[in-house]
Write a protein that binds this ligand. Structure first.
Ligand SMILES: [Fe+2]
Ligand SMILES: [Fe+2]
Length: 412
């Protein structure tokens, strides 16, 4: 099926600006429309369905801020971009911070840059359409989604047609001390059970396998880029979040081994699924901290699981937000699904066993006191999964011992 042609509305009071935009974008395959006032723009939107609005800020009568805030109210699903020569003005920056606009293109613009920003906004539009209006509204209240961390793209670039350039990969990783030492710790931990000391990054890559290496790099980079600037949110502790993700990865890998002893691809996938499953919480805490804090507080008060409280506050929950981000970054489908379905693995279209392992590991991780869910209620493990993974009291005790062992290797 052909993708529908995206429709863009450009608003500027200067006819020359509109004309040069028209010339510049005529061969892009987009359905571009041009109007020269806020009133005209609103009139256009009444009858036409638009994906993206690119608006000037300084316009007579209705200025860009007024226009865009009306659009946000009336059509929250439309992505909004400012085109302005006044990017430094306080109210423009405020507009970005408060979510009136999601991106600013400076005037005069660089042609390639302008096209790239529009392309990226349109990709976001296409992806958003797969979700509910409430979800689109939420996503449109934040700036355009962050791009994939560079350190991850670098590591990925070392894999071409399933061939891995280990030398080059080791080189990239060695440049980042924190990531390099995390890899060495994992490679030497009980979980990967080496009889010899892994003392170089190259050896660590061989021991861990590229899937795990790639995703450890990703999670470190995401933690760093997203989490570094996260505001203080009552009930969310970043150090505990990290611990919870790591423990879930460890337990998830141990669990899948009990089902598929020699399926090493699945072992790796279960680890990765556990590591990244709660990525949406990081996004929530950094993009809309107040609403996330309210959800945590309500969950505590009402003694309900966090996702239920999140849905009541902002119409979606961290699993959907995380999956959206993972899809945006074009991560492999099993990761997108693991993030999306870690609370209800029976709904996943792929890798049900892997995602069930991450689901159970998530719950056991709290039970073993690795991290916390901000004091909110955590569901018990359903009988179905107790049976599936042979979770007797004794088996759970063994899992705990093995998890503790791996953790002590990771911190020592
Ligand atoms: Fe979760
Ligand atoms: Fe979790």
């Amino acid at each position: 099926m052909n993708e529908p042609v995206p429709k863009i509305l450009f608003v500027d009071d200067e006819i020359n600006v509109l004309k040069s935009l028209e010339r510049l974008l005529q061969n892009e395959g987009w359905d571009c429309h041009f109007v020269n006032s806020g009133a005209e723009a609103l009139g256009f939107l009444k009858t036409e369905k638009v994906d993206l609005v690119v608006s000037d800020v300084m316009m007579p009568k209705m200025d860009g801020l007024q226009l865009v805030s009306e659009i946000r109210q009336l059509y929250p699903e439309i992505v909004r971009i400012f085109l302005t020569g006044e990017a430094k003005q306080e109210n423009i920056v405020k507009a970005l911070v408060e979510g009136y606009t999601q991106q600013i293109i400076p005037k005069p613009w660089i042609d390639q840059e302008l096209k790239e920003i529009i392309r990226s906004a349109l990709r976001q539009c296409t992806q958003q359409k797969k979700h509910s209006l409430e979800f689109q509204t939420l996503i449109n209240s934040i700036p355009l989604l962050p791009t994939l961390p560079e350190s991850y793209s670098n590591v990925r670039s070392c894999i071409v047609d399933d061939e891995v350039d280990i030398e080059k990969m080791a080189n990239y990783i060695s440049q980042d001390v924190a990531i390099a030492s995390a890899l060495l710790h994992w490679a030497n931990s009980a979980l990967f059970g080496q009889r010899f000391q892994v003392d170089t990054i190259k050896k660590a890559i061989v021991v861990l396998g590229t899937d795990i290496v790639e995703n450890l790099v990703l999670s470190e980079a995401v933690n760093r880029t997203i989490a570094e600037q996260i505001p203080v949110v009552e009930g969310f502790d970043f150090a505990k979040f990290k611990k919870h993700s790591m423990a879930t990865a460890v337990i998830s890998r141990l669990l899948i081994k009990s089902l598929h002893l020699t399926d090493f691809v699945r072992h790796d996938r279960a680890f990765v699924a556990g590591l990244l499953h709660d990525m949406g919480k990081l996004a929530a805490v950094s993009f809309f901290p107040e609403q996330f804090a309210t959800a945590i507080e309500n969950a505590k008060k009402r003694r309900c699981p966090l996702p239920e409280a999140e849905i009541a506050v902002y119409g979606t929950q961290h699993a959907e937000i995380g999956a959206f981000l993972a899809e945006w970054w074009a991560l492999p489908p099993f990761i997108v699904n693991a993030i999306c379905w870690h609370h209800q693995p029976q709904s996943t279209p792929v890798e049900e066993d892997v995602i069930a392992a991450a689901h159970v590991a998530n719950l056991l991780s709290y039970q073993f006191h690795y991290g916390s869910n901000g004091g909110t209620t955590v569901r018990g493990i359903a009988d179905e999964y107790r049976i599936k993974f042979y979770l007797t009291e004794e088996a759970i005790e063994i899992l705990k011992t093995e998890t503790d062992k791996t953790f002590s290797d990771l911190v020592n």
